[in-house]
Design a protein around this ligand. Structure first.
Ligand code: ACO
Length: 380
């Protein structure tokens, strides 16, 4: 019998490698993130969400013709089946992440490739879901306020169309670009909790809709996707930059966590964070609300001593304020993360199928043994 002493227990699977990937490279110590060998900094500066999604899915940057075809494929999938809009109407009072999860699960019934788990079928489903996620999030937000959803626009990019579906206003190029950058930096991130969940589901040969639905559930928790929402709440509670230092001190004295700081993998600054930082500064000035940027920077200043312990800002720290300044309510922040993450979940599911092995780890049993069964009438 295996004894407890023979077992190497890795709670939370910390530091455990469970498979190989050709998609995303992360060096947490050095703060490096690459998609398919391209630095996130290059992609955030020069690429866009459509091109980056193509890169993640198919492994290479597209030619002009390939990108045009891919963009057309994405645009062709922006509308939702009427039945899915009906389901959204029924569950409209739930949290947007719950609505997204329900709507994505429902979409499986209407997908032409629903029984096709080949890589080709899964890619087609993943491309459709990438567009459908954006429409679900905005359609639900309209429906819950008693408004009709805004029909997606074929003439806009994925990011600009996403913002357009909020109120029917075409965003400025700068605003659309910042949203686009946000989607690029969220597109994949190795075996984070939601991608791992998606892989576990795929490892049973279940389909992409099932894997992605489970991924949405995993993403919804505050330790993963929910932090952007909490950062905005924190900024609002702080209220003014001069209150930030005391607020952070109180939080840490109470052994609570400062949201938007710390990461399981990054012990240096999360390389994605800087790509929203400057955008937040500019946007908060443009919108006449510079205090949000000032509050965030004051929190960063107060957290400086924690850098020695490997606790730095993560991607969610600046994201919440970007969304807030775009007029997006806080409960849509995690769904936005999900909108950007669909290409990542898709390619990880395809990788899982390609070299599949059932993911089935073990638990160390710490309960008792050999208990005699007592009939119910004799239990005290
Ligand atoms: N504020 C203050 N202290 C922190 C923070 C934080 N944000 N994060 C970690 N620490 C401290 C912990 O208290 C702990 O201290 P201790 O050793 O004295 O007990 C130590 O750092 C290690 O923390 P763990 O929770 O063990 O680290 P883990 O890798 O499990 O946690 C996590 C990572 C969950 C992200 C954590 O840093 C956290 O809760 N951060 C706040 C929430 C957040 O921003 N989440 C978004 C993550 S990024 C993403 O999903 C896109």
């Amino acid at each position: 019998m295996t004894t407890k002493d023979d077992i190497q227990l890795n709670r939370g699977l910390q530091g455990v490698y469970f498979d190989r990937t050709e998609t995303t490279f992360i060096d947490g110590k050095e703060g490096i993130l690459e998609y398919r060998g391209y630095s996130i900094h290059e992609l955030a500066k020069h690429s866009n969400f459509e091109e980056t999604s193509y890169l993640l899915l198919y492994g290479a940057l597209p030619t002009q013709a390939q990108l045009k075809e891919f963009e057309a494929e994405l645009k062709a999938s922006r509308n939702l089946p009427e039945q899915v809009l009906d389901v959204i109407e029924i569950v409209k009072d739930s949290h947007p992440m719950d609505v997204l999860r329900t709507a994505v699960s429902t979409l499986a019934s209407f997908d032409p490739d629903r029984s096709d788990n080949s890589p080709e079928g899964t890619f087609r489903k993943g491309v459709r879901l990438t567009s459908q996620f954006a429409t679900i999030v905005m359609a639900h937000h309209r429906i819950r306020r008693g408004k009709d959803p805004i029909a997606p626009s074929d003439s806009l990019s994925h990011a600009a169309n996403f913002l357009y579906m909020l109120e029917g206003k075409v965003p400025t190029p700068e605003t659309a670009e910042l949203m686009d950058r946000d989607f690029v930096i969220h597109a994949d991130h190795g075996s984070n909790a939601s991608a791992f969940t998606a892989r576990v589901v795929a490892s049973t040969n279940a389909d992409l809709h099932g894997a992605v639905t489970a991924g949405i559930a995993a993403l919804s928790g505050p330790s993963h996707g929910g932090a952007a929402e909490n950062v905005m709440q924190m900024a609002q509670e702080i209220g003014e930059p001069e209150n930030a230092a005391q607020y952070v001190k109180n939080l840490l004295a109470a052994k609570e966590r400062v949201m938007g700081f710390g990461h399981r993998v990054y012990k240096a600054e999360d390389p994605r964070a800087r790509h929203l930082r400057e955008g937040v500064r500019k946007l908060s000035e443009e919108k006449g609300e510079p205090k949000w940027y000032a509050i965030l920077e004051a929190v960063v200043e107060e957290m400086k001593p924690y850098a020695r312990r490997g606790i730095h800002v993560n991607v969610d720290f600046f994201a919440g304020v970007v969304y807030h300044l775009n007029g997006i309510p806080q409960d849509l922040f995690v769904p936005i993360f999900a909108v950007g993450r669909v290409p990542g979940w898709t390619i990880q599911v395809v990788e899982q199928y390609r070299h599949n092995i059932l993911i089935r780890p073990l638990l160390v049993y710490t309960g008792t043994h050999d208990r005699p069964y007592v009939p119910i009438a004799e239990r005290g």
